[in-house]
Design a protein around this ligand. Sequence first.
Ligand code: HEC
Ligand code: HEC
Ligand code: HEC
Ligand code: HEC
Length: 305
Amino acid sequence: MITQHFSTLVAGLLVAAAIPGQALAQNDTGKAVYDKVCVACHSAGIAGAPKFGDAKDWAARIKAGMDTLYESAIKGKAPAMPAKGGATDVSDADIKAAVDYMVAAAKNGGSSAAAPAPAAAPAAAAPEAAPKPRPAALSFNRLLKPASKRNPPPPEDGIHDPDNDGSYALQPPLSVFEGLPRSNAGNRINWVKALDSNQIAPRWDRTDPTAAPVVMDLNIVREVKGSMPDVVYPHKQHTAWLDCSNCHPQIFIPQKGANQISMAAILLGQKCGVCHGKVAFPVSECRICHSKKKDVMPVKNANAQ
Ligand code: HEC
Ligand code: HEC
Ligand code: HEC
Ligand code: HEC
């Protein structure tokens, strides 16, 4: 469940960045909205979305008239086209501009469309049975290793689903991570800061774009014997990403002090180690967890934290 939640986050993040399309006509607003919102589905044709620049995908829809298309884009179209592509804060006029941009690209026949061209579809015969043509997937390394040690392209790496169109739309982390706050460990991004500063807006629920997390601000201090500073476990930074059920009750009984936690267990991938070192910053960053200095001298103010 945890892994699923995370792959959704990461895939969402990677797909959200635009695959640059060639400038078509002068419709900068439409292009900007498309690149920011619509591209996530319409570039690769996810969930049956008509593909950008694909005349065949769009022909019948264009025949229905622009008003129908505007209405579908603004109000959504069952089952998988969300109202305004999920970006409910974008004005109706700007959504219409995006539709104009997409329709113009489709009328352009797709010859000038973005990204690698789909393999030519086999003509006539039994078109229904033919495998769906797809663009070539990009090859990149999830762990930011040098180019010589690249992973195979996502559909072949044994991690991503080759039957999911999203696997063909994933972009290399180096280009997508550019500009995000840095950290020294893991995949070198400070994800807590990236989220706090609104530089990323991962979708909480894969299917409901309006769902928001229940963020709980409750720190649990775990005293550590010996010289290491005490551990402060912050619910706030975790519940911004995770559901209560990701940790309670399987990993932790929800009661302060009820759980036996040790560094050995963490290093073995239990307790905090279920995530840290795998999908969250690694155990080598001692001070992020061991963040509370011990009182070496008796303090006057007993309430001081
Ligand atoms: C989450 C995926 C997703 C996003 C994001 C998305 N679309 Fe769609 N879109 C779809 C799907 C799926 C369809 C096909 C719906 C159907 O006909 O079943 C579709 C269809 C359409 C159609 C054709 C509607 C019709 O009546 O035939 C238009 C126009 C359209 N989208 C515009 C947009 C615009 C503009 C944006 C960005 C603001 C956008 N879409 C973002 C998934 C998406
Ligand atoms: C990343 C894991 C994680 C997530 C997600 C999480 N918790 Fe916790 N929770 C903990 C840990 C660790 C403790 C401390 C357990 C201990 O000290 O033995 C704790 C303790 C608690 C406690 C006990 C507090 C006390 O003072 O006794 C409650 C109540 C609680 N959590 C509720 C929640 C709720 C509600 C959510 C969702 C909004 C949530 N937790 C999400 C890890 C998590
Ligand atoms: C279910 C997964 C999960 C578990 C279990 C978990 N964490 Fe985290 N933790 C995360 C994620 C995700 C983040 C945010 C991404 C990152 O910082 O890498 C995070 C971030 C943090 C942060 C950073 C807060 C900040 O402000 O930068 C601290 C501290 C932390 N965890 C401590 C702990 C401790 C201590 C435990 C065990 C008691 C624990 N975590 C268990 C997933 C988890
Ligand atoms: C993901 C959070 C996290 C990170 C990172 C982390 N620790 Fe811990 N550490 C804990 C927790 C939780 C405990 C258990 C505290 C308790 O006893 O309740 C602990 C306990 C300890 C203890 C007490 C003895 C024991 O094994 O339980 C020592 C010593 C310690 N850590 C050292 C380190 C050092 C050194 C590093 C860096 C190499 C480190 N820790 C990194 C969370 C972390």
